[in-house]
Design a binder for this molecule. Structure first.
Ligand code: SF4
Length: 492
């Protein structure tokens, strides 16, 4: 029997009927998957496979292709008939709904279902996701005694070999599933009717475009929103943005400041855009610059944060530095020196990195970073992991200063920054000739997922040239900081 809904299209339809309709009828309109999102999916798949080791020795009902899901249903049926008691990717089809379950196990108490998630807790969406599985499985004749979400235990610390039983938490969700279960049949009917419509349901954009997931049809539905709009007003909560949108206000010049409650910085953003004016608080910038002590260092870390910790002493999703770039100016007029570190993906780089960082940073002068809390936290974590190096790392921490401050406080703001004070917005606004766009790797997420794929062995491509791309990217982050300081000085 064919199926009309799968577990994922069911969840999609609960989020937005239009998304379900477009997915089923106009799949080509779907936005391409970004490399960072793909990396999240890939990690989820790897964690799913790893979780199978919680129940070793099972049989696998995975189909030969994603387009042949009915093959899995047939395989599952055959496995059940032949008395198998552990089935991976067990798949069931009932009432034209297809649901694939990560692990189905029969023990002395009966059949138990396990759905693996790479997150660290159970969300309401996971309950609905488990409920559609439970519904499909029990109606296929399997008398489930329990259903659980298997998720990552964020308290786990890698100590010796990876301990799968500690890495994962198995949380029964049966009670919550049973609470939601009565709604399932009517929801299935509603969503099947959506698929049968002659045209897409008339649904406007709204909070549902981002909750629970970022919708992948924004490229279609959000076409009428200008490139720079009220949705870019910095730190304005989503509901307020949609309140403006629902009043027909999309561009910043349409915002009536006498009617709209905004913060001081948000007002500055709107006024700056409308009047095309920059805002420069020379006095505060002067104080900031006068407070910098040479030799001046410009430091930036790149990190990975895998769900399954790679190095001893790390927790799941804990950040770990794999690369840094450091520019140094001994004095205001001296030549610019560059130093850098990029880990060997085959080994734990931390001790080597710490030793080189301590040596590269010398022992005096300020160390500028962009968003101090990130670099400071990473250094504190290194102290925790390698207390032997506490004194020199603590010294580095005490020398840190944050170049983000003048922009975060809007002491220097231009309309081109579009309300953002991230270095990716500040740099092109201040120094348009210096851009990340020409680089092969041009954002931290891609740098991180690229290096992570090198560690996992899933990297495809020329590792040598990609390492150069990583170095170029990180180097630009600190070079940009050098140029930003120059620009701030010129503004005096
Ligand atoms: S972008 Fe928003 S309105 Fe459009 S399909 Fe997605 S959730 Fe629905």
């Amino acid at each position: 029997m064919r199926y009309k809904l799968s577990k994922s299209t069911f969840i999609r339809g609960l989020q937005c009927e239009k998304s379900l309709y477009l997915y089923k009828k106009h799949y080509k309109l779907k936005d391409p998957t970004s490399p960072s999102l793909q990396a999240v999916f890939d990690q989820g798949n790897q964690i799913g496979v790893l979780a199978q080791s919680l129940f070793p020795g099972g049989v696998d009902a995975t189909p030969s292709s994603h387009f042949r899901m009915m093959e899995s249903v047939m395989k599952t049926k055959a496995f059940l008939e032949s008395g198998e008691s552990i089935i991976y990717e067990a798949t069931f089809n009932y009432n034209e709904v297809l649901a694939a379950l990560d692990i189905l196990v029969k023990d002395s108490e009966g059949w138990k279902a396990y759905e693996v998630k790479s997150s660290t807790s159970v969300s309401q969406t996971y309950i609905k996701d488990a409920a559609i599985q439970y519904y499909t499985i029990i109606n296929s004749g399997i008398d489930l005694v329990d259903i659980s979400v298997v998720h990552i235990n964020n308290q786990y610390v890698l100590d010796g070999d990876l301990d799968i039983d500690q890495l994962f938490t198995i949380e029964s969700v049966k009670d919550r599933v049973l609470d939601y279960l009565p709604e399932i049949p009517s929801e299935i009917t509603r969503l099947k009717n959506v698929i049968e419509l002659d045209s897409a349901p008339n649904i406007d954009i709204g909070l549902h475009c981002h909750e629970p997931y970022d919708c992948d049809f924004k490229g279609t539905c959000w076409k009428h929103i200008p490139e720079y709009s009220v949705f870019d007003i910095s730190n304005l909560n989503k509901k307020k943005k949609f309140d403006l949108y629902n009043q027909g206000i999309t561009t910043l010049d349409q915002v009536d400041l006498s009617q709209t409650k905004l913060s001081e910085n948000q007002i500055l953003q709107v006024e700056s855009e409308v009047e095309g004016k920059s805002h420069i608080n020379k006095e505060e910038i002067k104080k900031f610059l006068n407070n910098l002590k040479y030799p001046l260092y410009y430091l930036d870390f790149e990190t990975i944060n895998p769900g399954v910790p790679k190095y001893q002493g790390l927790r799941p999703y804990q950040n770990s530095i794999f690369q840094y770039s450091l520019h140094v100016k001994q004095s205001e007029d001296s030549e610019l020196i560059h130093k850098e570190f990029l880990a060997d993906p085959k080994k734990d780089p931390r001790v080597e990195l710490i030793e080189q960082l301590i040596s590269d940073c010398g022992d005096s002068g300020d160390i500028l970073v962009y968003n101090i809390s990130f670099e400071r936290s990473r250094l504190h974590e290194l102290i925790e992991q390698f207390p032997k190096h506490k004194a020199p790392l603590q010294c580095i921490i005490e020398r840190l200063k944050d170049l983000m401050i003048p922009f975060q406080n809007k002491w220097y703001y231009t309309p081109e920054m579009r309300g953002s004070y991230s270095i990716k917005s500040v740099l092109p606004a201040l120094i348009p000739e210096l851009s990340y766009n020409d680089l092969n790797i041009n954002d931290g997420g891609t740098a991180s997922s690229t290096f992570q794929s090198m560690i996992n062995g899933s990297f495809k491509g020329d590792e040598l040239s990609t390492r150069k791309d990583l170095l170029e990217y990180c180097k630009l982050d600190t070079y940009a900081m050098v140029k930003i300081i120059e620009k701030l000085k010129k503004s005096q």
